[in-house]
Design a protein around this ligand. Structure first.
Ligand SMILES: [Zn+2]
Ligand SMILES: [Zn+2]
Length: 217
């Protein structure tokens, strides 16, 4: 499985909204309303996004990871206390619809940049080689060593493929003037799903753009 390291690029080198970014405008299908939290109604914040590059099984699709700026844990549906509580094997029908305070998807086709909520510092991402693919890293693709043991398949029967990975305590810088979440140690950053080491898995057949799981490794 090919993998790519993601690193923060110099924001001054590009003026157009980047499709590979932390924060900034999310690239979403034309006409899709920017997603909101079903619990509190707050617009979801784009945490990061990237085009899956040639060589990845879902090449050409656009990965987006949005979460509620007020609810940064993961619960509901197949999740319990921040982990996938569903037993190994086939995931249940509509498993991606269980929780409403995040939006994980890989979109194909024509996309447009939805206005940003301004919470995170908009920073373009560079894709580079991944010299240590078996170590925790901020990456696209990848194949974490224990993923095969999970044995998850999508409800449609296709296997799940890793589309990205966020290491433990990874920091997503807030834009100037934005307040950190209450109870967090960092005043300058958000973390994805409480800062857990997260593997992002998607249906290899893309039966639905949102057929994804955030597995807390
Ligand atoms: Zn919320
Ligand atoms: Zn599927």
């Amino acid at each position: 499985m090919l993998s790519w390291r993601l690193s923060f690029a110099d924001p001054t080198k590009s003026s157009a909204p980047s499709r590979d970014s932390v924060g900034g405008p999310a690239w979403l299908p034309k006409g899709l309303a920017p997603p909101s939290c079903t619990l509190c109604g707050t617009r979801l914040t784009l945490v990061f996004q990237a085009d899956l590059p040639p060589g990845h099984p879902l090449a050409g699709r656009h990965l987006v990871v949005l979460t509620c700026p007020k609810h940064d844990d993961i619960w509901g549906g197949i999740y319990e206390d921040g982990i996938v509580a569903h037993p190994p094997g086939r995931l249940p029908q509509g498993y991606w619809k269980g929780g409403g305070h995040y939006h994980l998807a890989t979109y194909a086709g024509e996309l447009e940049a939805a206005p940003s909520d301004g919470r995170l510092e908009a920073t373009p991402l560079d894709l580079g080689p991944d010299p240590e693919p078996r170590r925790q890293a901020f990456r696209l693709g990848g194949h974490a060593p224990h993923v095969d043991k999970l044995g998850y398949t999508c409800s449609c029967g296709a296997k799940m493929v890793q589309v990205g990975e966020v290491p433990n305590d990874f920091k997503f810088p807030l834009a100037p003037g934005q307040a950190a979440l209450p109870g967090t140690f960092s005043t300058k950053n958000d973390k994805l799903f409480l800062g857990n080491y997260v593997l992002l898995m998607a249906c290899s057949a893309s039966c639905d753009p949102m057929a994804m799981v955030a597995y807390h490794a």
